[in-house]
Design a protein around this ligand. Structure first.
Ligand SMILES: C[S@@+](CC[C@H](N)C(=O)[O-])C[C@H]1O[C@@H](n2cnc3c(N)ncnc32)[C@H](O)[C@@H]1O
Length: 320
């Protein structure tokens, strides 16, 4: 099996956030919730040579490749690779390592280069493949993009394209999809790309962003319930952080970033003291963007669990 290597976004900034808090020789426990190509996990293991790391991924190909790269890097003993959706990781920890507290968590959200580059996975309109888009291809209960475009009502399609893709032509595209499927099923990425492309007025078809970009993003988010799991995950992580432990969340679009920002703010009202480290998100440097254009929309936000509420915490008054 070939696995497309992944450029790890904001890797230095992520490590710096943890090195700022933790001595590099300490026996820290970290979690990388989005193992992917393993870039962040390996960098973390190298920066903290006495640490142990729990890494999760829900993609069977990422996991299979992951076991190989951990072996190649001699990290099988220090890194535990867990086959799970990250939303269940706090339960996994409770069942398998109930006394463990995490000194740092990294989540580099969304899909990896591998998902786009391996056209058979059905994420990319650049290839021609069955519309699948599941990260977890081992779970046949997850609705694929093909099922969604063929079975969802026109209204539901409009909502998904608007809410998850911020697509201005959501209504027109959904209506064309429904017309098309009266005659034939929409099976492939190219068929869908073609319907979307022709929903756009000719003058708007050749802009900087391909007309199908937003709808493909929306479908991917719906298939993998990306926003729902993110929203559920964040509050469940605070109790498993150590004092001084940090959450480092990297997002790639405004919908994710909004959830992270609001979830972090809500944690300031929980009963466990914490503080937001990044008043404004950390962005990639010009150099990183020039090396990897996919990093251009990345934003990282950091939250730290602390011993006592900082006196300046503007939410403190709400609950004392
Ligand atoms: C952007 S890539 C991570 C790349 C990685 N940080 C690196 O440096 O190679 C995201 C990875 O997280 C996985 N993923 C996304 N959402 C997930 C979830 N809810 N649970 C588990 N894994 C998830 C994807 O399958 C993908 O492999």
């Amino acid at each position: 099996m070939t696995y497309t290597s992944h450029y790890s976004v904001l890797k230095k900034e992520c490590l710096d956030s943890l090195l700022e808090k933790h001595d590099k020789n300490g026996k820290w426990v970290f979690a990388d919730l989005t193992f992917g190509g393993g870039g962040h996990t390996i960098a973390l293991a190298q920066a903290f040579p006495n640490s142990i790391i729990y890494s999760t991924d829900q993609d069977p190909e990422a996991l299979e490749n992951g076991h190989n790269i951990l072996k190649e890097n001699g990290l099988e003993k220090r890194v535990t690779l867990i086959d799970t959706n990250f939303v269940f990781f706090p339960n996994w920890l409770e069942e398998n390592a109930p006394h463990v507290k995490l000194d740092g968590v990294i989540a580099d959200l969304g899909v990896s280069s591998h998902h786009f580059d391996k056209h058979e996975r059905g994420f990319s309109f650049l290839g021609d493949a069955v519309l699948d888009m599941r990260m977890n291809t081992a779970d046949s209960t997850i609705k694929t993009a093909r099922e969604i475009v063929n079975l969802y009502s026109e209204k539901d399609l409009v909502d998904i394209f608007k809410n998850y893709g911020e697509e201005k032509l959501a209504k027109k595209i959904a209506s064309r999809i429904v017309d098309y499927r009266k005659k034939a099923e929409i099976d492939t990425t190219k068929e869908l790309e073609n319907i979307i492309f022709h929903s756009y007025p000719p003058k708007q078809r050749h802009g900087r962003i391909h007309p199908a970009t937003r709808v493909f993003q929306a479908l991917r988010i719906e298939v993998n319930q990306e926003l729902k799991v993110l929203e559920e995950l964040i509050p469940r992580l605070l109790p498993v952080l150590s004092i001084g432990g940090r959450l480092n969340f990297i997002s790639f679009h405004s919908l994710e970033d909004r959830i992270i920002k609001h979830s972090f703010k809500s944690l300031l009202k929980s009963d466990l003291p914490c503080q937001i480290i990044t008043k404004k998100p950390i962005l990639p440097t010009e150099k990183e963007i020039s090396e990897n254009s996919r990093s251009r929309s990345a934003k990282m936000r950091v939250l730290e669990r602390v011993k006592d509420w900082p006196s300046k915490n503007k939410y403190k008054k709400d609950f004392i």
